[in-house]
Design a binder for this molecule. Structure first.
Ligand code: FES
Length: 257
C-alpha cells in the first residue's frame, strides 16, 4: 500500500500533481496487475483540502529474499548482545586494542632493527677479507739490529728490532730538531720494536732500511733520511713514516692491523 497525504494550503497544487503522476506511473509499470483487479487508486478531494493515493498490487517492492550477511564471526563477544550497552565493555575492549597495537609496534620495531642490522652488516668486510687485513709476525725470527720487510695490505711493512744504542739515541732526540715532532715513545709500544709502513711520505717510494745519515731508513728517490724511529730528519719528505695499528698478544708475536 502506498499512501500520500498532505495538508491543505499552498501545497495543494504540488500534491495534486504528484497524485496524477503517481497514478500514471503505476499504470504504466504494472499494467497487468492493474488490469487484474488487484490495484485500486483512490482519490479524494482532487481539488480540495487533501489528497489520498492508495495502491494495492501484487507487486513486491522490497527484496526480502536477499540474505543479510552475518558478521557474528567478526564481532566481539561483548557486543553481541543487542540489549547490553557497548559502554559496559568498552574498558576491556580498549585494553585489548592497546595490547594488540603495542604488540604490533614491538614486532615491527624488532623486524625493522633486524633488517637494518643485516643491511649494514652486509656492507662490512667478510671474514676472509678481515683475515687478509691482519698479519701475524713471529718476532724471534728478526735478529737485533735487523729490519725485515713484509707485505701487508699491498704495502711494505717494516719491522725493526732495535739495539740498545738505537733506543737510547732515538729517545734522547730534541723534538725541536724535528720537522714532524713526535717523541720516540709515542711511536712504539715496545722500545725494541719499530713497526712502520715502508712508504716514503714524499712521493711514495720504498725507503732502504739501515741506510742514510741517521742510520734508520733512506729514500733514494729524492734523498729523504729517516731515523731509527722512522721520523723524517732530512730531505723533501714532509712527515714521519706512518705507524700502523698493532698489538703484542705475547712477547714473541705481533699482529698488525
Ligand atoms: S719519494 Fe722518497 S724522497 Fe721522494
Amino acid at each position: 500500500m502506498v499512501s500520500l497525504a498532505g495538508p491543505s494550503g499552498f501545497l495543494s497544487p504540488y500534491l495534486h500533481t504528484a497524485k496524477v503522476l503517481l497514478s500514471r506511473q503505476v499504470k504504466a509499470v504494472v499494467p497487468a496487475a492493474a488490469s487484474s483487479g488487484h490495484a485500486a487508486v483512490k482519490q479524494r478531494g482532487s481539488s480540495g483540502d487533501s489528497a489520498l493515493f492508495s495502491g494495492h498490487f501484487g507487486v513486491r517492492y522490497a527484496h526480502t529474499d536477499i540474505r543479510i550477511p552475518d558478521f557474528s564471526d567478526y564481532r566481539r563477544h561483548e557486543v553481541m548482545d543487542p540489549k547490553k550497552s557497548a559502554q559496559d565493555s568498552s574498558e576491556n575492549r580498549r585494553a585489548f586494542s592497546y595490547l594488540v597495537t603495542a604488540s604490533t609496534a614491538v614486532v615491527g620495531v624488532y623486524a625493522a632493527k633486524t633488517v637494518v642490522t643485516q643491511f649494514v652488516s652486509s656492507m662490512s668486510a667478510s671474514a676472509d677479507v678481515l683475515a687478509l687485513s691482519k698479519i701475524e709476525i713471529k718476532l724471534s725470527d728478526i735478529p737485533e739490529g735487523k729490519n725485515m720487510t713484509f707485505k701487508w695490505r699491498g704495502k711494505p711493512l717494516f719491522v725493526r728490532h732495535r739495539t740498545e744504542k738505537e733506543i737510547t739515541t732515538e729517545a734522547s732526540v730534541d723534538l725541536s730538531e724535528l720537522r714532524d715532532p713526535q717523541h720516540d715513545k709515542d711511536r712504539v709500544l715496545n722500545p725494541s720494536w719499530v713497526i712502520v709502513i715502508g712508504v716514503c711520505t714524499h712521493l711514495g717510494c720504498v725507503p732502504i732500511a739501515n741506510a742514510g745519515d741517521y742510520g734508520g731508513y733512506y729514500c733514494p728517490c729524492h734523498g729523504s733520511h729517516y731515523d731509527a724511529s722512522g721520523r723524517i730528519r732530512k730531505g723533501p719528505a714532509p712527515l714521519n713514516l706512518e705507524v700502523p695499528y698493532y698489538e703484542f698478544p705475547d712477547e714473541n708475536i705481533v699482529i698488525v692491523g
